[in-house]
Each structure stands twice: as structure tokens, then as C-alpha cells.
Design a protein around this ligand. Structure first.
Ligand code: NAP
Length: 266
């Protein structure tokens, strides 16, 4: 297992246990997740961030948080694998000793194509990463945060997408449908755990300037689609992170079961 600490782990773990609210953030090495890790750390969270393969990028985010006086730990974990999720939360229990918040951010698209061209392996990977991963992480978080299990309550934010409303025809309907599932998951789980001290919300980003567009085979996608955005520009990862960290905070104490569009009006 890869764990990235940059100071003495026992000292940090002790401080985190006694002082800081702890956030588990999946996919914190790049893009929206990285921006969220930095903002959450500034808001006082100890951050357990995960990555899939990019240890160097994850390490850079941990270092940046520590330079600002915060606490962070990077953990390699594939959210599409149940055993990795179990190991992730066991590590957080051991190193931080508490859990207060979860951001289900890790998500993927795949090469742009029509539905009739998508093979089973691609569909499986997209659905397992975007849907199954969010379910498994939320299960683990609820078992730790819910008052039903002796927890203190907490907050969950899921990353949906404006694609859930638009459908993404000819590009990635599988991705859009996986985010539609996240919207429904958010609504249902929010109602299920509302009486147990946990708020559950989603953020639906629009066109945000991250690597994900190049991953779908079109690095120029933002430029092409910019004119379709009422605000006439792509959003930044930090603009999405601001909404996520607000939803986690007590300022959003009466907000649950909501999908918040951060999409420039698109
Ligand atoms: P990104 O720049 O491609 O970064 C993806 C992050 O997720 C990376 O940290 C990556 O880790 C991690 N990751 C990917 N697969 C994973 C897996 N199986 N297990 C664990 N971690 C995994 O993506 P992004 O644009 O920031 O998107 C973040 C979220 O926002 C996603 O859920 C996405 O669907 C949603 N979203 C994005 C946009 C947009 O325009 N960017 C719009 C709507 C919704 P490595 O660095 O190790 O690869």
C-alpha cells in the first residue's frame, strides 16, 4: 500500500485525532479533487486524499497542505475495488481516529463514441468507478459518521455533472447516465440518513478546466463548447471546490438532498 506522509506520521495522527475534523476525499491528486483538498485544508480539515496512479501529483498536494500548516495523507486506492475502499477507511481509522466528511470526487469518462460502439469493459469501468465507488465509500462513511452507529454525524458531497441533465449524446452517454445515478443516489441517501446527523448533497459541475477532457480524447473540448455556456467561459476547479467546501460546512446546515449546479448557467 502506498501512503504518503511528509512529516512524522504518529505526531500528525495524534494532532489530527485530537483537533481536526477529518475529510476523506477520493481523487484528490488532480483537478477538482486537488482544489478541494487545498480549500478543505484551509477550512481546517485534516484531509485523507486518494489517488489512482499519480503518486507524484498526490504528494505535491500533501506537501502544499503541509506548507500551509495543515494535515494531509495521500492513499493509493482504486474506488472501483471494494478491497481498496476497505483498506482506505481502515487506514483513516488508524491514522486520524475520526471521520467527519466524505467527498466522492473520483470519476472518469472514456473515449468519445456513440452508445452502440461501447464495449462491456468500458461500461463496466465507468459504472464501477463513478457509481459503485461512490456507493462503497458512502457506506463506509455512514457506518462511521451516523448516530445510528454511535458516530457524531457528518456531511457527504457527491460529484455529479451537468451531463446528468444534458445526456452527452455522441460523446459519453454512459458517463452522463452514471452521473444521473449519482443524483438519485444523493436524493435517496440524504433522506435515509437525515435523521442520523448526516447531510448528503451533490455538486453538478459544467465545463471545468481539468485533464478530464483530454482523457475523453478531445483536449480542445472546452474551447469548442465555450460558446454554449451562458457565462461564456469554462469554470475553474477552484470554483467547484468552493461549492463543495460550502456544502460540507455548517453554513449549509439546512441543505440536504440537493444537487447544486456549478455550470455557468449551462
Ligand atoms: P481529473 O482531472 O481527470 O482527475 C480525476 C481524479 O480522480 C484524479 O485525482 C485521479 O487520480 C482520480 N481517479 C480516477 N479514477 C480513479 C479511481 N478508479 N480510483 C481513485 N481515484 C481515481 O477529473 P476532474 O475533472 O477533476 O473531475 C472530478 C470529478 O468531477 C469527477 O467525478 C468528474 O466526473 C466530475 N466532473 C468534472 C467536470 C469537468 O468538466 N472537469 C464536469 C462535471 C463533472 P490519478 O491522478 O491518480 O489518476
Amino acid at each position: 500500500m502506498d501512503l504518503i506522509w511528509h512529516r512524522q506520521p504518529i505526531f500528525l495522527a495524534t494532532r489530527a485525532r485530537s483537533m481536526s475534523n477529518t475529510l476523506v476525499l477520493t481523487g484528490g491528486s488532480r483537478g477538482i479533487g486537488a482544489a478541494t483538498a487545498l480549500r478543505a485544508a484551509r477550512a481546517g480539515y485534516a484531509v485523507a486524499l486518494t489517488y489512482l496512479g499519480n503518486a507524484q501529483a498526490a504528494s505535491a498536494i500533501v506537501e502544499a497542505i503541509e506548507r500551509g500548516g495543515g494535515r494531509a495523507l495521500a492513499i493509493q486506492a482504486d474506488v472501483a475495488k471494494a478491497d481498496d475502499i476497505t483498506r482506505l477507511f481502515d487506514t483513516v481509522d488508524r491514522e486520524f481516529g475520526r471521520l467527519d466528511a466524505l467527498v466522492n470526487n473520483a470519476g472518469i469518462t472514456a473515449q468519445q463514441m456513440r452508445v452502440d460502439a461501447m464495449d462491456v469493459a468500458r461500461l463496466q469501468r465507468v459504472f464501477d468507478t463513478n457509481i459503485l465507488g461512490s456507493f462503497l465509500c458512502a457506506q463506509a462513511a455512514v457506518r462511521r459518521m451516523s448516530t445510528r452507529y454511535g458516530g457524531r454525524g457528518g456531511a457527504i458531497v457527491n460529484l455529479s455533472s451537468a451531463a446528468a441533465r444534458l445526456g452527452s449524446p455522441g460523446e459519453f452517454v454512459d458517463y452522463a447516465a452514471s452521473k444521473g445515478a449519482i443524483d438519485t443516489f444523493t436524493l435517496g441517501l440524504a433522506k435515509e440518513v437525515a435523521g442520523e446527523g448526516i447531510r448528503v448533497n451533490a455538486v453538478r459541475p459544467g465545463l471545468i478546466d481539468t485533464d478530464i477532457h483530454a482523457s475523453s480524447g478531445e483536449p480542445g473540448r472546452l474551447e469548442r463548447l465555450k460558446p454554449s455556456v451562458p457565462l461564456q467561459r469554462a469554470g475553474s476547479a477552484d470554483e467547484v471546490a468552493a461549492a463543495i467546501v460550502w456544502l460540507l460546512s455548517d453554513d449549509a446546515s439546512y441543505v440536504t438532498g440537493t444537487c447544486l449546479d456549478v455550470a455557468g448557467g449551462r
